[in-house]
Design a protein around this ligand. Structure first.
Ligand SMILES: [Zn+2]
Ligand SMILES: [Zn+2]
Length: 269
């Protein structure tokens, strides 16, 4: 079978599938998390809502359409990757590393993406970059799951470039890429859920505290722009001293472990 080798030919062949996959995983993950939050707000877990403010319809509309636009950027970058493979600049891996190898590889991509996210996110908070790259994402003050891909075009490209960079250096089976992309969007939607979904005591647990929570990213959106740049893990924030000093106290207040001092309630209200 003849494969298209021009950008337009590949677009004709693949764009619809790529869009369906990338938009589908956003829409499904955001619907699942938003639906879960909607249900939990009808139970005593409503107390876990992190901010007093609730997102408005115009927030939802902006986040949804910007996320769809980000998906288009992912599609363009994916077409470029296919173009590079068909011209021999990149190689597609056939086969697999076996179950243990594939699982190890998923962990490795997540660790690499966490570092990429922390440092690119921190760089985009630099005053010279913030306005064009990252201010749009911060129009979301009270996150909802729909904000997962709510980026300006330049930031969408920064986010989309991680995968090709990884694939250029590391031969990776398709199933590993697929699984990583599902985990990535689920964690992204959970981080923006607006209602704390993680277990009580998580932020101070000796092992779990290294994994990020909804409150962790929510504090960043609520105005703490010098803190909590991380995504999957709290590792970089802890090591670089950028974790919000009251993160654990706010987490414990939100999950009902103990009431937080009034000053904190005001800050995230
Ligand atoms: Zn930010
Ligand atoms: Zn965010």
């Amino acid at each position: 079978m003849e494969y298209a080798t021009t950008f337009l030919g590949i677009a004709q062949e693949k764009a619809l599938h790529l869009f369906a996959f990338d938009f589908g995983r956003y829409a499904i993950a955001a619907s699942l998390v938003a639906g879960l939050v909607w249900m939990l707000k009808r139970t005593p877990w409503r107390a876990r809502q992190i901010q007093k403010r609730t997102a408005t319809t115009s927030d939802f509309r902006r986040e949804f359409f910007a996320s769809a636009r980000t998906v288009l950027v992912y599609v363009v970058v994916s077409i470029l990757v296919i173009w590079a493979i068909r011209h021999g600049y990149m190689r597609e891996m056939e086969g697999s590393y076996g179950l243990a190898g594939n699982l190890g590889m998923i962990v490795a991509i997540i660790v690499a993406h966490d570092a990429y996210f922390y440092w690119s996110h921190r760089a985009m908070h630099h005053p010279r970059l913030f306005k064009h790259f990252h201010r749009f994402h911060h129009r979301t003050v009270t996150p909802t799951a729909w904000a997962a891909y709510s980026f300006a075009l330049p930031e969408a490209f920064v986010m989309a470039l991680f995968m090709p960079a990884w694939l250029y250096f590391v031969p990776t089976p398709g199933i590993v890429v697929f699984t990583f992309l599902i985990i990535m969007i689920l964690r992204n939607c959970m981080g923006h859920a607006g209602l704390e979904l993680h277990a009580r005591g998580w932020a101070s647990h000796p092992v779990l505290k290294w994994i990020s929570t909804t409150t962790h990213h929510d504090l960043h959106h609520a105005g703490s722009f010098n803190h909590n740049f991380g995504f999957y893990f709290t590792f970089w924030d802890k090591v670089m001293g950028t974790e919000h000093p009251d993160y654990v106290a706010v987490y414990d207040r939100v999950t009902g472990t103990k009431p937080a001092p009034k000053s904190l309630v005001a800050e995230v209200a």
